[in-house]
Design a protein around this ligand. Structure first.
Ligand SMILES: [Zn+2]
Length: 110
């Protein structure tokens, strides 16, 4: 049920933003997914249909998913690289330590 809370959060934030801009309803929602996200697109879509179907404000709205690469830092050799894999291997030392620290590209200069 983890994704249900996430989906509800997406809807709440979208409603807030839409109402702040005087919108009467939402027709399209853009969700940015990163490989670090611990939920799947399918379950978000499923819960969104469930929640939006009962919600006048979101009924018939379309979800759009955008997949962004993330910046990762290898904790073994400190190499920084970008990846769109959920569990990236370090391109430098080839370690698969699965303990890379990830952050969004948008928070760092390209
Ligand atoms: Zn490494």
């Amino acid at each position: 049920m983890h994704e249900l809370g996430i989906t509800q959060g997406i809807i709440d934030r979208a409603r807030e933003a839409a109402q702040a801009n005087g919108a009467l309803r939402v027709t399209d929602l853009f969700v940015t997914m990163t490989p670090a996200a611990d939920f799947t697109q399918d379950s978000i879509e499923m819960y969104f249909e469930m929640l939006a179907g009962e919600d006048e404000f979101f009924r018939g709205a379309t979800l759009h998913f955008d997949h962004q690469p993330v910046a990762a830092t290898c904790l073994t050799c400190s190499d920084e690289f970008s990846t769109d894999a959920p569990q990236p291997a370090c391109p430098q030392c080839r370690c698969w330590c699965n303990s890379t620290r990830r952050r969004r590209w948008s928070s760092s200069p390209m």
